[in-house]
Design a protein around this ligand. Structure first.
Ligand SMILES: C[S@@+](CC[C@H](N)C(=O)[O-])C[C@H]1O[C@@H](n2cnc3c(N)ncnc32)[C@H](O)[C@@H]1O
Length: 218
């Protein structure tokens, strides 16, 4: 059975609206922590000319690869009546192994965008600057970084739901926990990113949008 995330089904449309606003036409996008692959497939079904490179840590690759092969390829006919075609000219690439902490996993730049959903509160806090630094290396000048998920601000949670979610994460693994948007912005600025937007999303989530340096400062 394919891995499945109910959250992805709920958030894919609001995230698509953000992508439509911020991605250039026919964007080449690197996704970090693709998980079940539902976002990758859906965005490629919706955005013509998109080139999407999914990735994740090795343990996630078999399930992710299976979804991309089944839903990103040609029509399998009656074997999968739920199959939908990709948008015109869209390309959904075979998933890459990418752990943000492994320098040699990062693919050759340049990408027009780096996207990651619901990963920063799962990876240890020390990995977040690695994701930002990898994104800075991977993006072309002026390319965009989009980070979707729950965030705190200056140590303050944006809802009681997020306080409970943070406690639940930390009880499962003390290395997990909701990250702070102010700290992320500070680290991103240090890497030459310009914060462009902080988009409020359903269920107390946000999308932080940054532009990569115009060159020289990375
Ligand atoms: C809650 S899942 C989110 C998956 C998917 N993006 C979504 O929105 O459903 C968290 C993801 O973060 C990924 N992740 C955690 N630590 C990571 C790391 N060090 N490098 C890359 N991905 C990581 C996990 O492998 C997993 O795919």
């Amino acid at each position: 059975m394919l891995p499945f995330s109910a959250a992805c089904e709920r958030n894919k449309q609001p995230i698509l609206a953000v992508l439509r606003h911020w991605l250039p036409l026919a964007a080449r996008v690197l996704e970090i922590g693709s998980g079940s692959g539902q976002h990758a497939v859906y965005f490629c079904q919706q955005l013509a000319g998109l080139h999407w490179q999914p990735s994740d840590r090795s343990a996630y690759l078999p399930g992710l690869g299976e979804r991309i092969a089944r839903e990103g390829g040609p029509d399998p006919g009656p074997a999968n009546p739920d199959w939908r075609p990709l948008a015109a000219g869209a390309v959904l690439a075979e998933p890459l192994e990418l752990d943000v902490d492994c320098l040699d996993h990062w693919p050759q730049p340049p990408f027009d965008a780096v996207f990651s959903a619901n990963t920063l509160h799962i990876m240890p806090a020390a990995s977040v600057p690695q994701l930002l630094a990898g994104a800075a290396r991977s993006l072309r000048a002026g390319g965009v970084l989009l980070l979707y998920g729950p965030f705190n601000d200056g140590g303050v949670a944006s809802s009681s739901n997020n306080v409970a979610f943070d406690a639940q994460l930390r009880s499962l693994d003390p290395a997990m926990g909701i990250r702070d948007a102010q700290q992320i912005r500070a680290e991103a600025r240090r890497l030459g990113f310009e914060p462009l937007a902080d988009v409020a999303m359903p269920a107390h989530n946000r999308t932080l949008v940054f532009a990569a340096a115009d060159g020289g400062s990375r």
